[in-house]
Design a protein around this ligand. Structure first.
Ligand code: NAD
Length: 415
């Protein structure tokens, strides 16, 4: 059987939430599809002198609550359906955290490993030239995503400014600090995750220092949240990277693990701070809060019944399959969904846009303070919706987001 395309899956999620909200037909039709999408071809001169033509997309899903915002991916398997689905999820993520933005996403079909630095620069500039009329702080603001970097954001901003002959630092976020990037962006997703974990502990009625945390993935997000938990006397009992997983019921020495991971170029194998386990065992180990922070679809119908955490905080995108979701829900395991739990990154991207717009830059304390407020308010709103409607936190997050976007469409007179 052919795999369902990601946008069809996204629309199925939408239909269920729209049914529960009793959204009128016009609202359903409008919100089931992107409002605008662009498909283009980018002719780019390679170092050899030959021209290569790259296919590229940008989807502006819905701008009722504000200008669109979303990452730009460089991927060999990029399709309009993946970009549409990701722009769809961005729309709801923005609304859950109550940012005055719509959802967008972009993609270029390419393999960055095959491109020289100069070729990457030409591809970045070609994309902005093709899309310039649609970009800007009042229209659409891209950001880094899979395989795109602060340097790519810098070239993109420079191309846009060169075309307009004006400074527009807010046209793109995730820029290097000297070009108007925000402090606190690097570990924003982890910091936002920490805020959610604190809210979850309060919800469970457990003291933060008493809870046991198991974290899958030790990269930017997983390593970052492990560090933040450890610095606050949190008890991290399990960690993993792709190559190895470690369990220590007494708590893992996270600074030592981070030093090992860095010294061994992203590997945890050989780290002797606990008992060696498999990545599968990490997901079902003895803990209170399980934090998948690696890749999608790791919690499945195969292992969901064995999960021992009371709560799953999804810092990765899409770590839980719909089947696993059902099993966890039936067992009373609370899942805090990705569109809420990992929204810290996009929130600080928004802060970057705000700082660029009024050309005044915040301290790290300011960024953390604002992020904490946003994440806590979003968690509480989702939790209340979950209690009020008797649905799980994933559905509650969709209901909250959808009702906010639909309300904006209604007030504008669109539906
Ligand atoms: P990363 O590449 O820095 O780290 C990924 C980590 O996961 C590494 O430690 C890697 O060894 C491990 N890993 C890879 N495959 C694995 C597997 N099959 N099993 C177990 N571990 C595996 O990536 P990241 O930026 O930390 O992103 C992690 C997740 O968080 C992704 O799902 C990403 O989409 C999501 N996310 C990231 C951000 C961000 O700001 N970086 C924001 C929102 C969501």
């Amino acid at each position: 059987m052919a795999a369902l395309n990601p946008f069809t899956i996204a629309q199925q999620q939408f239909d269920e939430a729209a049914r529960l909200l009793k959204l009128p037909n016009a609202a359903r039709e409008l919100l089931r599809w992107p409002m605008k999408e662009f498909h283009f071809t980018l002719p780019v001169k390679m170092d050899s002198g030959a021209t290569r033509v790259f296919r590229a997309f940008r989807v502006q899903y819905n701008a009722a609550r504000g200008p669109c915002k979303g990452g730009l991916r460089w991927h060999t398997k990029e399709t309009i359906d993946t970009v549409r689905a990701l722009a769809f999820w961005m729309t709801w993520k923005m609304a859950v955290v109550d940012l005055p933005l719509g959802g967008g996403k972009g993609g270029i079909v390419c393999n960055p490993k095959e491109l020289s630095l100069a070729e990457k620069e030409r591809v970045s500039r070609a994309y902005v030239r093709a899309l310039a009329r649609e970009l800007g702080v009042q229209r659409d603001v891209p950001a880094p995503d899979v395989n795109t970097t602060p340097q790519i954001m810098a070239w993109s901003m420079d191309e846009f400014e060169a075309m307009l002959g004006e400074q527009h630092p807010g046209v793109i976020t995730g820029k290097p600090l000297p070009l108007g990037g925000s402090v606190g962006r690097n570990d924003a997703t982890s910091y936002g995750g920490l805020c959610i974990v604190r809210e979850v502990d309060t919800m469970l009625g457990v003291r933060f220092e008493r809870a046991r945390y198991a974290i899958q993935g030790f990269g930017n997000v997983g390593g970052g949240v492990a560090k933040l938990l450890h610095e606050r006397d949190g008890h991290v009992v399990a960690i993993s990277a792709e190559d190895a997983a470690i369990y220590n019921e007494k708590g893992i020495n996270i600074p030592a693990a981070l030093a090992h991971y860095e010294a061994h170029h992203g590997h945890l194998a050989g780290f002797d701070g606990g008992q060696s386990i498999t990545n599968d065992e990490l997901l079902t180990c003895e803990c209170d809060i399980l934090i998948p922070a690696a890749v999608e679809h790791v919690l499945t119908e195969r292992n969901a019944a064995a999960v021992r955490g009371k709560v799953v905080v999804e810092l990765a995108n899409g770590p839980t399959t719909p089947d696993a979701d059902r099993i966890l829900r039936d067992r009373g395991v609370v899942v805090i969904p990705d569109i809420l739990a990992n929204a810290g990154g996009v929130t600080v991207s928004y802060f970057e846009q705000v700082q660029n717009t009024y050309n005044y830059y915040w301290s790290l304390d300011d960024v953390h303070d604002q992020l904490r407020r946003r994440m806590s308010a979003a968690f509480r709103a989702v939790h209340e919706m979950s209690l009020e409607r008797g649905v799980d936190h994933r559905m509650a997050a969709y209901l909250l987001a959808l009702s906010r976007v639909a309300k904006a469409c209604e007030i504008r007179g669109w539906i």
